[in-house]
Design a protein around this ligand. Structure first.
Ligand SMILES: *Cc1c(COP(=O)(O)O)cnc(C)c1O
Length: 368
């Protein structure tokens, strides 16, 4: 066998090589100051990220799950309430709802985009529904106009889960500025990733921003004065400094991922493999390039055998997760989410993929 080229599912190396100096400088800057929590790096990153997304306020928090949970809390969502979430998402979306004491209500996605199907939201609304949490899954923006129209007509909050979609556009506007609040994750693997855990809440409402900040800082508005029984969830200075160094090249990173996706979409011609479909009103950022295939496990084996890394997003849908057995669902209750969990395969996607690597993935898919 010839020495086939290995293509990892993801690697941070190409970007880290380019940003070696700015990242080391960021560390030095913070270390020199010896100030690690709530300082000027936080302030600078929050201002820059709010501006980048077109929102009035950004509050840095500890991670993406906390961002969603604190946003829900700040909007007053709690025990007895229901929150509509997609049936196909990462578990954090649903867990954020559970942690504030509310109940996640699953709504099926549109199988073409993997995103919540706005046409199925209305029938899931009850008199307990307080909010809708659309997730811009895989970096593809949800169809926000119909979602916002339903929310406004029914008096519901909208909290966007933007953990996979930093910089993605819907009708020319960045995600995170459509709803009442938005949660971002800067987990290292996200399109904008820290060198550790980090997250943020965006909002245009100063009262929500203040409350999220207090809730993430022991419920304190000023030192040793506690108005809420809060959490400890803060963006630290080192991560904020790293994120500022990376934010300046986010557009370039996203454009690079789009070019890779374009090459995949043009080059892959295997009738067994269903390629992702892009809603014409959106500019996606391809956090995940997910294809669908009836023989998904065989395709995975074939690719892995040729040295190509793959992943599945997500192999077990929310309603069948062990931790949600208490919700009382069974197989068959959310057939679209189940279909995706059985057929989706994520292909290598990261900043700085070489043409040879991209070609190797295309060839491997076409030869299946
Ligand atoms: C990563 C992710 C989160 C959670 O982010 P963390 O920083 O890992 O807590 C939430 N929602 C979605 C859709 C995600 O992909």
């Amino acid at each position: 066998m010839s020495d086939a080229m290995k293509v990892p599912f993801v690697t941070f190396k190409p970007l880290e090589k380019e940003l070696d100096k700015p990242l080391r400088d960021a560390f030095e800057r913070v270390y020199q100051r010896s100030w690690y929590i709530e300082g000027e790096e936080d302030k600078a990153f929050e201002a820059a990220f709010a501006r980048y997304c077109g929102a009035s306020f950004c509050v840095g928090v500890g991670n993406g799950l906390d961002a969603l949970m604190l946003a829900l809390k700040a909007l007053g969502v709690g025990p007895g309430d229901e929150v509509i979430v997609p049936s196909d998402t990462y578990i954090a979306t649903a867990l954020a709802v559970t942690y504030v004491g509310a109940r996640p209500v699953f709504v099926e996605p549109d199988i073409r985009t993997f995103n919540i199907d706005p046409g199925k939201i209305e029938s899931a609304i009850t008199n307990k529904t307080k909010a809708i949490m659309p997730v811009h899954l895989y970096g593809q923006p949800c169809d926000m106009d119909p979602i916002m129209a339903i929310a406004r007509a029914r008096g519901l909050y909208v909290i966007e889960d933007c953990a996979q979609a930093h910089g993605a556009l819907y009708k020319g506007k960045a995600v995170g500025a459509f709803g009442d609040a938005a949660g971002f994750s800067f987990y290292p693997g996200k399109n904008l990733g820290a060198l550790g855990d980090a997250g943020a809440v965006l909002t245009d409402d100063p009262a929500i921003a203040d409350m999220v900040r207090a809730l993430g800082n022991y419920g304190s508005d000023y030192k040793y004065h506690h108005i809420y029984k809060g959490n400890n969830s803060r963006l630290d200075e080192l991560q904020a400094a790293f994120l500022s160094a990376k934010l300046v090249c986010l557009d370039r990173v996203n454009e690079n991922r789009r070019q890779t996706a374009r090459k995949y979409l043009e080059g892959m011609k295997n009738p067994q493999v269903i390629l992702p479909w892009v809603h014409p009103d959106t500019v996606p950022v391809w956090h995940v390039f997910g294809v669908r295939c009836a023989a998904r496990d065989a395709l995975e084996k074939h690719l892995n055998g040729r040295g190509i890394g793959t992943n599945k997003h997500y192999p077990i849908p929310m309603h069948l997760q062990e931790c949600y057995l208490d919700l009382g669902f069974a197989r068959g209750d959310f057939p679209v989410a189940e279909e995706i969990s059985e057929t989706e395969l994520s292909l290598p996607m990261y900043y700085g993929m070489t043409d040879r690597e991209i070609e190797a993935v295309i060839d491997a898919v076409n030869s299946f």
